[in-house]
Design a protein around this ligand. Structure first.
Ligand code: CA
Length: 387
């Protein structure tokens, strides 16, 4: 990768994560090596309300493009190091689509039809030959900035919608997968019931009952998560005793844990305080994390649940001795039904860690992987005391 390409990319990484920029004044980068041309142009742009960055050469331009992500570039062609043609060509090949689509106005003394054609072929949006009228530059700049901002807004909206559609699709396929599995189990048990002797009847009926309760829970969880996710419902909250509710959930998982030689331990850190939260959502969160640990954590190792009462937030940790989530995966495990290796990360009602995070978010908190936790797996959900 050339030095200029590296500058474009490193600058980009440094500026990721900043706030959407649509509400702040537009930024224009003026690339011009002659101060007597650059100064009046920059002055006029600043007076018109733009934030202006200046570059005297192509390499500086690349660095500013990567770090400042201007809304428009006014680009001279003949520059000391990297010429304007090259800057434009590299800009259009930038891996970040938003940067690659930054509008460019070429401002140059090269005014033959061939030069103009060359500039447009390289992806310039406009080509103004020197001497240009400042009014013309201002007019074209204003239009291109506005167009670019609309495009950015549309692109953001488009990816948001795409993500929502994909999440819904995953949610539905997961739901139908679980439905099919549980209905098949119920059918097998019902068939066996016809020929079962009296001692086996109870266990067959219990299995059918388990499957049907599970499906009922699944349907309720699904509806709750979908309503929260679609923004159709604000979760009603009430003061809950988180440590007591967690202890109740632990009891429910006691039998399943024992069957795999897993000891469930509950630890309370800090002084317990009532937490303002949604009771069913909290129950689903604890249940999904416990289910995940009990089903997929290694057998014969303990699962530790910590209720931590901090200064301003409550934390629930559910940790097992399983293979830790890889650090590069830790941001993804709560995303769109990430499955990791095998089904390790698909938990609880089947709605898994995605549901955990969605519900934690709806209560003003979040779900995270604690990659500092020994060698095991540790999932943390936090909820603020005051929304
Ligand atoms: Ca020049």
């Amino acid at each position: 990768m050339s030095e200029a390409a590296r500058l474009l990319e490193t600058g980009t990484q440094a500026s990721r994560g900043e706030a959407p920029r649509t509400s702040i004044p537009a930024t224009i980068l003026v690339v011009e090596d002659e101060p007597e041309i650059r100064a009046p142009l920059c002055h006029a742009l600043k007076r018109a309300g733009y934030i202006v960055h200046e570059a005297e050469d192509g390499m500086t331009a690349c660095r500013i493009i990567g770090s400042q992500r201007p809304d428009l570039i006014l680009l001279d062609v003949m520059l000391p190091d990297l010429d304007g043609w090259e800057v434009c060509r590299m800009l259009r090949q930038h891996p970040d689509r938003l940067i690659a689509s930054t509008p460019v106005i070429m401002l140059t003394a090269l005014n033959s039809p061939e030069d103009k054609l060359h500039g447009l072929e390289l992806g310039a949006d406009a080509y103004l030959a020197k001497p240009y009228s400042q009014q013309e530059v201002m007019l074209v700049s204003g239009r291109l900035v506005e167009r670019h901002r609309r495009e950015i807004q549309l692109q953001r909206e488009f990816s948001r919608l795409n993500q929502a559609v994909e999440e819904q699709r995953n949610l539905h396929s997961l739901l139908f997968h679980e439905l099919r599995n549980q209905l098949a189990a119920m059918q097998i048990n019902a068939d066996l019931l016809q020929h079962a002797d009296s001692s086996a009847v109870t266990s067959r009926l219990a299995a059918i009952h388990r499957s049907s309760s599970y499906l009922q829970c699944l349907a309720e969880d699904f509806l709750l998560i979908r309503q929260v996710q679609g923004g159709q419902m604000q979760l009603p909250t009430e003061p809950i005793l988180a440590e007591a509710l967690a202890a109740e959930m632990l009891e429910l998982y006691e039998t399943a844990a024992q069957a795999r030689g897993i000891a469930l331990k509950l630890r309370v850190e800090g002084t317990p305080l009532p937490l303002t939260a949604n009771r069913p959502a909290f129950r689903i969160i604890v249940s999904a994390l416990l289910d995940n640990a009990v089903k997929y954590g290694p057998s014969d190792h303990p699962v530790e649940v910590v209720c931590r009462f901090g200064e301003w937030r409550f934390e629930l940790d559910v940790c097992d001795a399983g293979e830790g989530v890889q650090v590069q995966d830790s941001a993804k495990v709560f995303d769109r039904f990430y499955r990791g290796d095998g089904a390790r990360c698909v938990a609880g009602s089947g709605l898994g860690l995605f549901g955990v995070r969605t519900l934690a978010n709806a209560m003003g908190g979040n779900a995270e992987v604690d990659d500092q936790y020994g060698k095991g797996n540790c999932f943390r959900v936090w909820i603020p005391f005051a929304a």
